[in-house]
Unconditional design. Sequence first.
Length: 240
Amino acid sequence: MEESISGFKLRGDWGDIVEHGERITRALRDAGVHDPDRDADARYADAFDEWDEWRPKAHETLDSDVSEKTADQASVEEGKGEKAGKEPDEDIKTAGEKLSESYEQLEEDDAGAAVDNWKESIDYVARAADSASRKALRRVEDTVYQNVMTQLAPYYFDNELVSANVQQSTRNGGNGEQFVFEVNVNDDDLKDEVSDRLAEYEDEVDRWHVEVEKDTDAAEAIEGAEPPPKPDDNSRSTTN
C-alpha cells in the first residue's frame, strides 16, 4: 500500500482491492465513525454507511456491480414530490382537484379560499414537473455514466467522510486482471488515526479473512437447522 496526501493507494488483484476496502472500513469502524452515540463522530455515521455500501465486495465485479452503485451514488437527489412518495401523475391529479375547488369557491364568493387552492394547484403542478424532470435526468445519467463515463474515468465515490476511486490497471504483468484502488479520508485528524490503525493491522494481523456473501437458504431448508448469525463487524481479521 502506498500512502500519500491523496490517500491510501493499493494496486493488486480483485481480492487485494476488496481487502484494502475492508481494512479501511475496519479502521474507520474502530475509530468510532459508525457509532451515532459518539458525539465527536456522530456526523459521519450516515456517510460511513454509504461508504460501506459502495466499497467493492468479494462477490461483486467492477463493470457490473461497482458501476451500478457508482451511478446510483452520483444520481440526482430526490425532489419534494419523490420524498413524499408521489408520482408526477398523482400530483397532476391533485392539482386538478385543487383547481376545481378554486372555481367552486369563486362561485361561492369565497375569494380567499379560492386563491389558496389556486396557489396549491400551481405548487402541485410544479412538483410534478420537478419529479418528472429528475426521473428523466437519472435515466440519462445512468445510461451515460455506465456506458460512456466509466470508459474514460475511474469508478468513484465521494461524500463528506471518504473520497475513493477504483479502476482497472493497464499493467497486469501476466498475473490476470489488476486494479488500482485509492481511498482518502477527508477529515485530516481521522485520516491520521486510520493510518495508525492500518499500520497496526499490518503488524498484528497475519491473515485477513475477506468477507464473503453468505448463502443461508440451504441451512434454512434443512429441518431443525438455523442460519449462522451475522457478525456485527463487516470485516473480520484473525491472527495465527
